[in-house]
Design a protein. Structure first.
Length: 296
């Protein structure tokens, strides 16, 4: 195990659902509220982290209650990592990338190095699922970005985490001002894939292994049915298959989860089958589906 504080037997992660109640509605997909997606995602990630024996502390007990930003960051006291979950907004409706924001102190210490490392790993992982590029932004704690004379660079949650000595990252899961992106994030199976992949990245970073069976905790959020699909298939079941494959580290090509079973999805499926003692025929039947869902 690494990247944990002295005396910790298991890693402890503090998860923050960005915003509360019904905040940050998408102008292009009216049923989308950033706060609701952040809330769902942080709950899914909590369940996935538990499978690795990672302990989770949440900043909010109630989705409707707001808490001051720095106070939320400070709840990461004694935790090994603080993550604030968000979906980005931009004036440009085409903006579409995954982003990890982290903060460094002037005399960059261990938690700053850790923050940068995990910000990069997580933004890469989210970008892969969304089928977009990844960015990492480094913010200095002692700069005066808004020019008001105070050296208090923004992102209060990160400042809060930093001042209690915990590595912190804000993860922006694409943009809700981008129509395709907002629609993508409204699908539970896509959120499940993001949570599963993020948990794996975090567990690998702490060097811990899975301790529980797949799907014991969260059931089957992918809504994958035991139907057979193959190259040429299209639709929701293909999306679910791709979400599962990508979450398990098998890239389905640059278009990510697109619901179209093409050669790259077939290649990913064959690789998965080969690594799991299944016939590597690129045909997703009941045996392969059961394996992907962790039923056997
Ligand atoms: Zn946000």
């Amino acid at each position: 195990m690494k990247n944990v504080k002295q005396g910790h037997i298991v890693p402890v992660v503090c998860l923050d659902a960005g915003h509360c109640a019904k905040q940050n509605r998408s102008g292009v997909v009216p049923e989308f509220y950033e706060s609701e997606i952040n809330w769902k995602l942080h709950n899914l990630l909590t369940e996935q982290l538990k499978k690795y024996g990672i302990q989770v502390v949440k900043t909010r007990a109630d989705q409707n209650k707001d808490l001051e930003l720095t106070a939320r960051g400070k709840m990461a006291r004694n935790c090994d990592l603080f993550l604030s979950m968000h979906v980005n907004a931009a004036d440009n409706s085409l903006a579409n990338y995954a982003l990890g924001v982290h903060m460094v102190d002037d005399n960059c210490g261990l938690i700053d190095v850790q923050s940068k490392e995990i910000a990069k790993l997580l933004s890469d992982c989210v970008a892969q699922i969304l089928g977009v590029k990844a960015e990492v932004w480094t913010r200095k704690s002692a700069s005066d970005r808004d020019g008001n004379g105070y050296k208090d660079d923004y992102y209060g949650v990160l400042r809060g985490a930093h001042c209690v000595g915990t590595a912190g990252v804000i993860i922006e899961h694409g943009f809700y001002t981008n129509k395709a992106q907002a629609k993508f994030l409204l699908k539970d199976s896509n959120l499940a894939a993001i949570a599963e992949a993020e948990a794996k990245v975090i567990a690998d970073w702490f060097e811990v292994e899975k301790t529980m069976q797949e799907d014991v905790v969260i059931g089957n959020p992918y809504k994958l049915e035991l139907v057979s699909i193959r190259r040429g298939s299209r639709g929701a079941q293909v999306e679910a298959l791709q979400a599962l494959l990508i979450a398990k580290g098998y890239s389905c090509g640059s278009s990510g989860i697109d619901g179209s079973f093409g050669p790259q999805t077939e290649e990913a499926l064959k690789a998965y089958q080969e690594n799991h003692g299944l016939t590597a025929d690129g045909f997703a039947g009941p045996q392969t589906m059961s394996s992907l869902l962790g039923y056997r």
